[in-house]
Design a protein around this ligand. Sequence first.
Ligand SMILES: C[S@@+](CC[C@H](N)C(=O)[O-])C[C@H]1O[C@@H](n2cnc3c(N)ncnc32)[C@H](O)[C@@H]1O
Length: 399
Amino acid sequence: MDPGQLAVLRTPEGTAALAAARDALAAGRTVVALRARGVPPATAAAAFTQAELRARAVAKFGDDAHRMFFTRAGLQQATRAVVADRRAARLRAAGVCTIADLGCGIGADALAFARAGIRVYAVEADPATAAVAEANAQALGLTDLVSVHCGDATSAPLEDVDAVFCDPARRSPEGRRVFDPAAFSPPWEFVAGLPRRIPRTVLKLAPGIDHALVPPGAEAEWVSVDGEVVEATFWFGPLARAPRRASLLRAGAVAELTGTGERLAPVDRPRAFLYDPDGAVVRAHLVAEFAATVDGVLADPSIAYVYADAAAPTPYARCFQVDEVLAFSVKRLRAALRDRGVGRVEIRKRGSALDPATLRRALRLSGEGSATVVLTRVAGAPVALLCRPATAEGLGPTG
Ligand SMILES: C[S@@+](CC[C@H](N)C(=O)[O-])C[C@H]1O[C@@H](n2cnc3c(N)ncnc32)[C@H](O)[C@@H]1O
């Protein structure tokens, strides 16, 4: 969406076209429905695209999505409100009153800072995206606290802010994900140097970021939402409170685990219950800290499955009862599942190169029963664990 289209959508005619587009979309109609109502073709197309993006954005922004504006790339890269609000609340609680958001995109983080009462100086290099961020601040009634500037973050003045946030673009112009920090925009060299200028710096990064890039003294946090790891956040200076943190957001609740990221869990034979830790725990290198909470062990030092004698309620992992441990062979696994009348399997794996779809086909199962098959290694040897979810009330996020 270019700034001209955005301007049209913000006129009374554009607002009416957006409402009509939302209705048409809900009724399963196409853009033709808008044109039939006399909406000019260009406005109809822009309104319909915007309605589609808003519908998709509800997952990240709830009902606010229907008042906000999006570019396709901006929505893709935007932080979901539940994560941005939590970050903003932590900054506000740490006494932050003014913040620079360097590369603000469509403004998801900037809006959250403002909702928390923080004044935001938002900078965005792309003029169309900057215009969208500005429109969003206006749409949500936050212009008193958010000012958006179109320009290069690397030359933004930072004298008057007490904190800095940067969520560098990690996609190529074609929309492909970029993993090498050297290809980030603003450039990694600039981003990594921010804490030297403004000690209270926060960086949002991809969950796959290398631990080697966490500077000594910084906190690296991995955040998951409903089991999906959505980002890593580096907290610097007085904002850092623990070397590593896993924050699990699920159904309005937050569970946090902290530690050094360097502890090793005890290694022993598999036990009666297997815990599959949330991705945020694994990415944060806090498996040993988690294992200690359930008196658990690993069965292989390099694999993040935790085994324990008891099923304990935990927000940090899914818990399964282990019915049998088989040295892996397709034939042996097929026979064991047939003996149990298992026709449906959920296949989970860590430390196995097997393709679950190929294995499922090779098993040729039939029967009424179901089971969870865990492909992994015990002391280096490939095994298949026949499991079932530990279903007692309160056991893990999904029981
Ligand atoms: C990952 S997005 C930010 C998303 C934002 N945090 C949100 O949740 O909506 C990064 C943004 O930085 C912008 N950007 C990249 N390089 C920049 C630079 N040198 N100066 C200012 N903005 C830049 C990109 O255009 C993109 O919109």
